[in-house]
Design a protein around this ligand. Structure first.
Ligand code: PRP
Length: 188
């Protein structure tokens, strides 16, 4: 596998250390708020969030239940102009439970604002958001991100779950690519 790497933005070591720190913070908050019986339903948004989720859950020291949501954007050139629809729904009921949405990246915020509206209507006891990357400069919809690993700039990044044409999610670090050598049409 030859990665058309341009620049490493977050190394594997940086990520591991930050995820551990964030996991400890989340653990403290949930145990403080809900006591030793604390339990969160972690709602992971496919596909990009799966790597972060896998690392994060192993840094949480209270009871967690994992569930997955798959969504797709439509009617427009991506989530930034179109709508969002659920392709795979949760299997768990979240009624009166403490829900933590785990995302790989919050960009415009359109996807997450839809997800939060949808999940809120199921009346969870609490609903919080944890994202690996937060691209605050692209935000269109204001929303509260409770936990973030890193803020990221405008640059297009891949790795640690994030893709380009569905590729590069398996990289253990986050990087930019030399995209001129890999036009999107080359990445089915
Ligand atoms: C990414 C990410 C978020 C969304 C954020 O998903 O996982 O769900 O985009 O963008 P927004 O804040 O502008 O709405 P993507 O559509 O790339 O799908 P993927 O997770 O399968 O890669």
């Amino acid at each position: 596998m030859q990665v058309p790497l341009e620049r490493i933005v977050f190394s594997g070591e940086e990520i591991a250390s930050r995820v551990q720190e964030l996991g400890a913070e989340i653990t403290r908050d949930y145990l403080d708020e809900y006591g030793p019986e604390a339990e969160a339903v972690l709602v992971n948004v496919l596909k990009g969030g799966f790597v972060f989720l896998a690392d994060l859950v192993r840094c949480l020291e209270f009871s967690v239940v994992i569930d997955f949501l798959a969504i797709t954007s439509y009617a427009g050139d991506g989530a930034s102009t179109g709508g969002v629809r659920i392709m795979k729904d949760l299997t768990e009921s979240i009624y009166r439970r403490d829900v933590l949405v785990v995302e790989d990246i919050v960009d415009t915020g359109l996807t997450l604002s839809y997800i939060l509206r949808n999940l809120s209507s199921r009346k969870p006891r609490s609903l919080k958001v944890c994202t690996f990357l937060d691209r605050l400069s692209s935000r269109i919809v204001p929303l509260q991100v409770d936990y973030r690993c890193f803020e990221v700039g405008e640059e297009f990044v891949v790795g640690y779950g994030l893709d380009y044409g569905q590729k590069w999610r398996n990289l253990g670090y986050v990087c930019t690519l030399r995209l001129e050598e890999h036009p999107r049409s080359d990445c089915p």
